[in-house]
Design a protein around this ligand. Structure first.
Ligand code: SF4
Length: 468
């Protein structure tokens, strides 16, 4: 579906390069391919081995990094970030990477994910004299690193990481080192590749393909990688780590050409559609998917059901970002402008409309009515994930619990509200088995579906999410 109008937004993507003369340019291309993970702000910090330089701003990668800016960003290592502003708020000061200077050197941080004990740590740090420049949870790590008493940066970082709870994929750049850390549950994707002698890290593997880098492996939960002139070393900073990768990365957030934990996202989505066709057999004339992220599942549904897949909905790719505003009225206007039903395909037909998720329900309602206005005789909505009943605390803006339509409504109530002739959600087991092709739900975070989160959630974090 269309992230900006659905109310389900990824907060960030990170990209880093070590040991390449065109590190800033490569980071630009990498961030460009991660743009779907955040469109509100972006930044690059580059190191020439002596000092760090930052360029960042609110806007798209192509808007901030003009050819003139890129000409001046030179160095052999770089980290970059794309951001969707939610927790911590919007504003230039929260655009990452964050850059800190001290008498012993500089340090830049880029973070994908969300800490669930950030407020708790902030209170403690402020009580001890820290002053924060931003409202972002990312800054907490910098303060913890500085306050650690260990002489070596590596140990300072390990000590600081051990105090964090929640989801984090961190890139830390100094004048002469790149560090890469993933939380003990591996909630967000993070992978390593090489480009000749250079190392590259990215939130998604699609960023490697665009620069011709060769995938090496995924970063392990609780792992700290240190890359410097001596090569690459790996250490575990957390030993009780268990993988709980976000299932929504497969359902919705990641690009279909990315592989997460060795599983191609398009293939996982197609398998979800296949499984849906088994769980929800429907008599219909055409199957259509809501562009872009639901097309793969629609193809899978069509393949197994034997009902032809047709392009019943098309997306207008040229609607400017200015139209996407965070109010309900404007969001609904955004749906009208961004999607059209193809009358020649749906008129007089019974349509299976495949979508990846329902958040508030208003978008689904509008799409059902678009299809009916275009002459569809029946619209059967099938969703390639279970109902989202709970908020996400790990860096995905799923709205507050009150705004989630499935938090207090039955499937039948939702069907009626969106005006569909039938409504089916994929089962939780069906979703996980479609991704990994094995039974059981181990290895995934399913918190927004089941309410069971892989970490404890601190009371002030709960309060924030239930009140926003
Ligand atoms: S709660 Fe949902 S969106 Fe958040 S990390 Fe878990 S599966 Fe992903």
């Amino acid at each position: 579906m269309l992230a900006e109008i659905k109310g389900l937004n990824e907060e960030c993507g990170v990209f880093g390069v070590w040991g390449h003369p065109d590190s800033a340019q490569l980071t630009y291309y990498g961030l460009h391919s991660l743009q779907h993970r955040g469109q509100e702000g972006t930044g690059i910090v580059v190191s020439n081995g002596e000092k760090l330089r930052v360029v960042k701003g609110e806007g798209l990668v192509s808007e901030i990094f003009t050819p003139k800016v890129m000409e001046e960003l030179k160095g052999t290592s770089a980290i970059g970030h794309v951001r969707y502003a939610t927790a911590g708020g919007a504003g230039y000061e929260n655009v990452q990477p964050l850059l800190f200077h001290s008498q012993t050197g500089s340090l830049a941080l880029a973070h994908n994910g969300n800490l669930v004990n950030a407020n708790f740590l902030k209170h403690q740090l402020e009580a001890q004299g820290s002053i924060f420049q931003t409202s972002s949870d990312t800054e907490v790590l910098a303060h913890l690193i500085r306050r650690s008493g260990f002489p070596e940066l590596k140990d300072q970082v390990k000590n600081a990481l051990s105090m964090l709870k929640g989801a984090y994929a961190y890139l830390i750049l100094t004048e002469n080192e790149l560090m890469v850390a993933l939380d003990p549950h591996g909630l967000r994707p993070l992978s390593l590749a090489c480009l000749g002698d250079a190392y590259v890290v990215a939130s998604e593997t699609c960023a490697f393909d665009v620069i011709g880098a060769e995938f090496i492996r995924d970063i392990r939960p609780g792992e700290l990688l240190i890359i410097n002139k001596d090569g690459i070393t790996s250490e575990q900073f957390a030993f009780n780590s268990t993988k709980s990768i976000c299932a929504m990365e497969y359902v919705y957030f990641s690009r279909p050409d990315s592989n997460i934990q060795g599983i191609n996202v398009h293939t996982a989505r197609k398998n979800m559609g296949k499984r849906l066709a088994v769980e929800a057999p429907i008599e219909a004339d055409v199957v259509t998917g809501v562009p872009d992220s639901s097309i793969s599942a629609a193809i899978g549904y069509a393949e197994v059901s034997g009902i032809p897949y047709e392009m019943g909905l098309i997306k207008n790719k040229y609607v400017g970002r200015t139209f996407i505003q965070p109010t309900q009225t404007l969001r609904e206007q955004g749906v009208k402008m961004k999607l059209s039903a193809v009358r020649g395909v749906v008129e007089g037909k019974r349509v299976v409309m495949v979508d990846d998720s329902i958040v508030r329900g208003t978008t689904s309602k509008r799409i059902v009515s678009l299809l009916k206005e275009a002459g569809a005789t029946e619209v059967h909505v099938v969703i390639s994930s279970p109902p989202i009943k709970n908020p996400c605390f790990y860096g995905i803006d799923t709205s507050s619990k009150e705004e989630l339509i499935a938090s207090d409504k039955s499937v039948e109530d939702i069907r009626e509200l969106i005006g569909a002739d039938s409504l089916t959600f994929l089962s939780t087991e069906g979703m996980v088995e479609a991704i990994v092709k094995t039974e059981g739900t181990d290895g995934f975070c399913l918190g927004c579906f089941t309410g069971n989160y892989p970490t404890e959630i601190y009371p002030d974090t709960l309060q924030y999410y239930y009140q926003k």
